[in-house]
Design a protein around this ligand. Structure first.
Ligand SMILES: NC(=O)c1ccc[n+]([C@@H]2O[C@H](COP(=O)([O-])OP(=O)(O)OC[C@H]3O[C@@H](n4cnc5c(N)ncnc54)[C@H](O)[C@@H]3O)[C@@H](O)[C@H]2O)c1
Ligand SMILES: [Zn+2]
Length: 364
């Protein structure tokens, strides 16, 4: 006997922009009022001194429990996920009517999303991303996960947040370095998919600050363009059935290098993009003279243009082998052709990689 069941499932999720995510009149208050039982809020503990009072005020009329967790890649663990799960039990959260609320950067959003996706085989959650990286990149996607066994996002799921509320005001308390980490993902997208976004990055004011990102209309327009572009890139294949994805640009060598060196994700992505550009130059897909221009835009974004791990060919080759495994045995290596366009390479050789590293040393 043979029985085959085939069903499509409709998915819908929303990302809304609000200048006042935590305000009593903002979108969250309305949502929270509809929730039943004790509301679980998981918040990045670094945010508590600044935003704790506003979060308490937002929840004043609801029974609630607050779990504060440390962020940073080293805290993106299964242990932290289990702490969220235990808090869910303690709150006796209902299966549908009271989505867990996650307030924090990419680490917190990814790990709360992971906990929500495995708790009772899936309960809803809402995100309030508080870093530039999480607002322009994580917000667009339905991916959750934690690091494990020395690998990034080794455990994870596809689980859309019911709602994501983006409030640029949070960026005012980020450091410039943290803003630049987020710009790493914007730079990735710009270089591979949008000459227009790339030009916007090139025009960033030389003296930009976190405050500028939090308040200026130009910054808001840049971040909106990046988010919309990211949504457009992802929405046709949310479950990654196709493993040749141009948004994986910058994510070919970086995953293992990040875990081994402690380089921040956004910075590792940017360095990986620059190396990808150099590889493309070696194939004649991109003019070598473009490399210094790309590096200049990276500097404008306060991104690193050199790092010893990205000059270590053995390390890079090992990192690529790991990603090839992740891409089911194929390189599917996205590289830029000119600015804003892409190609996939399937046959990069170690000698070509070494030449790309040497070319970069000369060019930037
Ligand atoms: N799910 C996805 O599709 C996706 C996409 C891209 C990246 N990511 C993940 O995102 C993670 C990186 O995100 P991140 O850079 O936001 O990391 P993070 O959450 O660790 O935040 C970075 C630092 O900023 C602090 N912070 C957060 N908000 C702040 C604020 N408003 N003011 C001051 N400090 C603040 C945090 O405490 C932390 O120290 C990586 O783990 C990466 O894998 C996921
Ligand atoms: Zn990324």
């Amino acid at each position: 006997m043979s029985i085959t069941v085939s069903r499509d499932r409709h998915h819908r999720y929303s990302v809304v922009a609000s200048g006042e995510a935590l305000a009593p009149t903002g979108p969250l208050r309305r949502v929270l009022q509809e929730h039943t039982g004790e509301q679980l809020v998981v918040v990045d503990e670094a945010l508590w001194p600044t935003y704790g009072p506003a979060i308490e005020a937002l929840l004043a009329e609801s029974a609630h429990r607050i779990l504060r967790l440390p962020a940073g890649e080293q805290n993106k663990t299964l242990d932290a996920t289990l702490r969220v799960v235990e808090a869910m039990d303690a709150c006796r959260i209902p299966r549908r009517s009271s989505p867990v609320l996650a307030i924090g950067g990419g680490v917190l959003c990814d790990l709360v999303g992971f906990a929500a996706s495995i708790y009772r085989r899936g309960v809803p959650y809402i995100r309030v991303p508080t870093t530039l990286l999480a607002q322009v990149d994580v917000s667009a996607a339905i991916k959750t996960g934690v690091d494990h066994n020395g690998f990034r996002n080794r455990l994870g799921t596809f689980w859309p947040a019911a709602l994501t509320v983006v409030d640029h005001g949070f960026l005012a308390t980020q450091t410039s370095e943290q803003i630049s980490q987020g710009l790493g993902e914007v730079f990735k997208l710009a270089l591979i998919a949008s000459e227009d976004l790339f030009a916007r990055l090139a025009r960033l004011p030389a003296d930009w600050s976190p405050q500028w990102f939090a308040t200026s209309a130009d910054a808001a327009a840049l971040m909106r363009q990046a988010l919309e572009l990211m949504v457009a890139e992802l929405s046709d294949d949310l479950w990654e059935d196709n493993l040749a994805r141009r948004v994986d640009f910058g994510h070919s060598f970086s995953p293992l290098i990040e875990m081994r060196t402690g380089l921040h994700h956004g910075h590792a992505v940017a360095l990986d993009c620059l190396l990808g550009a150099s590889i493309a130059a070696g194939r004649g897909l991109l003019a070598t003279e473009t490399l210094p221009h790309i590096a200049a835009v990276m500097r404008r974004c306060a991104l690193p243009v050199r790092h010893r791990a990205f000059e270590d060919v053995d390390e890079l080759w090992t990192a690529l082998a790991e990603v090839v495994h992740h891409r089911d045995g194929a390189q599917h290596l996205p590289v830029p052709i000119d600015l804003g366009k892409h190609a996939f390479l399937e046959d990069l050789t170690r000698a070509e990689l070494a030449a790309a590293v040497r070319r970069l040393r000369r060019a930037v």
